[in-house]
Each structure stands twice: as C-alpha cells, then as structure tokens.
Design a protein around this ligand. Sequence first.
Ligand code: NAP
Length: 471
Amino acid sequence: MADDAVNAPLTVAVIGSGPAGFYTAGALLEQSAVPVRVDLYERLATPWGLVRAGVAPDHPKIKAVSSVYAATAADTRFRFFGNVEVGRHVSREELVERYDAVVYTVGAQGERRLGIPGEDLPGSVSAVDVVGWYNGHPDFADRAPDLSGRRAVVIGAGNVALDVARILCSPVERLAATDIADHALDALRASAIEQVVVVGRRGPAQAAFTTAELRELPEFTGAPVDVDPAEVAEQPGEEKLSRLIRRNLAVLRDYAAALPSQPSPTSQPAPAGTRRMALRFLRSPVEIRGEGRVAEVVFARNRLEVDAEGWVSAVDTGEREVFPADLVVRAVGYKGLPLAGLPFDERRGIIPNDAGRVAGADREYVAGWIKRGPTGIIGTNRKCAVETVATLLADVAEGRLARHPRAGGVDPVGEGESWLRERQPDLVTEAGWRLIDAAERASGEPAGRPRVKLTTLDALVDTALTRTLTV
Ligand code: NAP
C-alpha cells in the first residue's frame, strides 16, 4: 500500500442523520488518535432524524440538541449528503468499496403491530404515522388521522403515547407557537376530540413513561389528568422499585387525588373548552370493532404475574371491557427494518452486532436503534455511538479494519462529488440544508414560531437547490 494511502484520513460513511448518526460523526471527529473524514448520508432532504420528525413540536428544549449536531456539521472534515437513499441511488456494496468504514444509524423505521382483529379498520392508526404527520415528515403528510369524532383511545404506555395524547388534547393556541406542521395545526384547530384515554397493558409501575413527560401533562393541556385511584394504589414490593418508577407513581397519585370521584373514562364528559386526558392500566386490546370504521375497542382486564427473574407480565383475567372510540392510535413501539445484504434479527428488529461491529461483516458497523432496539432517550444514542466508534477505532489500531488500498486523498464520492451527483442530481449538501433551515426560520419569525416546516420533498429540494445556485 502506498504511504499516502496509509497517511490519508480514514474515510467513514455514516448512513442516517438522526441522533445516532450525528453522535457517531461527532465521536469520530472529536478523537485525535486517527485522522478521519466523515460523510453523513441521509434519505431525506433534511438532517436530524427524530429530532426533527419524532420529538413532539411542543418540546423545543429537547429539540435544542440540534445545536450540537450543527456544531458537528460545521467541522471542515464533515459533509452532509441529503436526499440520497442507500439501496436506491447508491448501493451498500459501493459504499463499502469506497469508504474505509460504513456505519448504519438508520433507526427503527417500522412499527410494532398489535396483531388483533380490526387493527386496520379505518380510524385505527399508528402513532408512527401520526407523529410523522404532525411533525411535517414528507412521507407522512397524507396520513392525517380523522379527528371528527369525540373519543380517542391511545394504546401503549410509553412516551410516544403521551406525546400523541398531549398533542390531541393541547389548546391550539399553544401548538400554534411551535414548529408543528401547518397541515396538522389546521386539522387540530377543527378537531372534535374531547377525550383521550391512554391505555397500558401492565400496571402503572411497569409503564415506560419518563417522569418529566408525565408531570407536565396538565400544564400543557390545561386540564386535570384522569387517573383511577384504585389503579395507582400501593404496588407490590414498592420499596424495591426504581426511583423513576416511584416518582411516576407519585405523579399518578397526585392526579388521582385531584379527581376524587372518578366515573369510568368512557362516560366522563370533558369540561367545556378543554380536552380531557385519562390514563388507564391493566388492559390489553383484544379487538377493535366497528361497521366499516372504528367504533369501540374491546379490552381484556389483566392481572400481573411476576416470574422467577422478577419480570412482570400481564395475564388475561377473562374479564372484558369495551371503550367507545372514534379514533384508535396504536403507540406500542417502533420496529427496526432489515437492510439488504446485512444480517437481521427479526425478533428484536436489530442488525446483530458485537459492540457495534456488524456480525460477520468487514468494515460495517451500527449505532442507535438499529443496533440496540428502539429504546432510550436521545442522549442514550450518544453513549451507544461512542461505543461503536471505540470498536471501529480499535479495529483500525489492531489491524482488523484494513485501509482500502487506494492512493491517499482520493475522494470517495469523486472529484466535486461527481459520482454522487451523477446518481442524485438533486443532492442536498450542508449548504443546501442551511438554506432550507434559514427559509423555514424566516417564515416562522412573523408568528413567533421557531420555524414553519416545508413538508414536501419538492419544496425542500427547490429551496436547497435554487438558492444554493443564486446565493
Ligand atoms: P416504548 O417506550 O417501548 O413503549 C411502548 C408501550 O407499548 C409499552 O407500554 C408497551 O407495554 C406497550 N405495548 C407493546 N406491545 C403492546 C401490545 N401488543 N399491546 C399493548 N401494549 C403494548 O415505545 P415508545 O413509546 O414508542 O417510545 C420509543 C422510545 O422513544 C422510548 O425509549 C421512549 O422513552 C423514547 N421517547 C422519548 C420521549 C421523550 O423523552 N420525551 C418522547 C418520545 C419517545 P409493555 O411494557 O408491557 O411491553
């Protein structure tokens, strides 16, 4: 191998520009043991993944993490290649041929299914779709949920369920100050929804909520949260539960105490002008019913059973309960999708790996949800990416990751990005994204909003390209 090839920076392609992708790029650029160059590929015209398209619009503090990603993107050793789909414009094999290492940070783009009758009736929608829709993700612009009925049931006891329920219950004036997609704002303004019931299959101590998300609900929706005191009473072995769970229970008990006499969530009218949220536990959906569209959800009443390892499961008591519903949102988790040519663990929805190194592959790595499954908060992906980068650098140091035997300084995407531009003439680079960003922020400013999102690929690409040429 020529000396200049050995001395040339390690070239790394990172696929997917969500938190895991940016933290991977950041960890590579921050270290000084090995000189690197990082190209971050993104299927969409915009970066930041779930920070733009997943985090709820009324959570601007969580979105502020994007300033960390912008700092990474400002590094001269970093390039953003948006509007490029691996498997369509460029193949995985081509990337492996051109880069010393490829790191997949593609997230979990599918949805978990309930597997019950009626799941696909009109009016039963996935939270993945609803979240993409209200966040202006171009692929989900046409997935508007039907908000013409009064009652919504959200299935699942995780943070996504709370996000969706909160957005459905929030006063529109509050949402109007956020970067929620305009099409969602219009639909929510006209929404007839009065009551949203979030239903968990296990108990309150097994819910996947984080405390801050639970505690903020009344402040955001302007209405008390309906919790059944009997469901949040002393839990078995409570003193041994984690601090997070005990804090969640305390919040739930405060809600229950503030509403002393609770009729069933299926009969309680909402106070005028407010949209009421209720949280219910120990109920698994067994059927969604309706004549041509959703009308009700049949729940099995559960009891909890603890196994020898301490895992708590929901067990059907045989008792059934029916909740009327005009809209059902299934918020039971995301699911990773396979990438052609790479191994895949169907059950866990991940690419099998050893501390980030893809099982059985050379120079291919994973980080984020496709590495460990769809869990954790945004910051969890930083630790995950740091581990993958440590594995990659150890592979370089120990000679497991051999540099490509090409002359140093050869650009993996060709002179002037020629190879990539041939494949995707509408390439959106970092400069193009900055134009999109500036245009969105400028249109938000008169209304005091952080930005007004462009929600179609055409609008995004036109903004990135037209002005890239004229500015
Ligand atoms: P999640 O945290 O995994 O919660 C999924 C929920 O669905 C759980 O309550 C689960 O119950 C339930 N579930 C699964 N299968 C079910 C079924 N067949 N029937 C009924 N219930 C079922 O997933 P998520 O809410 O989609 O969130 C994904 C990740 O993003 C999480 O780590 C979350 O914390 C994070 N996130 C964070 C924020 C934030 O920090 N603000 C916001 C949104 C998302 P079991 O526990 O019984 O399986």
